[in-house]
Every structure is written in structure tokens, then in C-alpha cells.
Design a protein around this ligand. Sequence first.
Ligand SMILES: [Zn+2]
Length: 70
Amino acid sequence: MAKKIKSSGRFGARYGSPLKQKRILIEEKQIKKYKCPLCLNLKVKRLSSGIWYCTKCNTKFAGRAYSFQE
Ligand SMILES: [Zn+2]
């Protein structure tokens, strides 16, 4: 029996509870809107990993992968 840990183990049948819990927290951060450092509106959305976009002043920012600012 070969045990695969790296990529296949992540989203396979054994979708472990600690992982699921982490995933929920990450998704909450992704959906949450953040304050734009330029126009100070809560209009910053996550475009993709590390890229954040303000819908108010149309500016893209480099941020963290799953949250914009701490
Ligand atoms: Zn803005």
C-alpha cells in the first residue's frame, strides 16, 4: 500500500476535519472585503492569490495570498 501525502492527499476522499476547518477560515478571509489604502473605502476584493483589487478606484494591490492586511 503506497501512501501519497503531498498533492493527492489534500482533496481526496479523506478530507480531514482539521483541514476542513482551515479551509473555512481561509474562505472567510477571501470573501471578506478590505479597506483600500488609497481611497479608504471597503472595496478591496481578492482577485487571485496575492492580488487584491479596489472596485472604487480601480487599483490592484499586491497583498497576502489569503488576506489583504492583518
Ligand atoms: Zn480604492
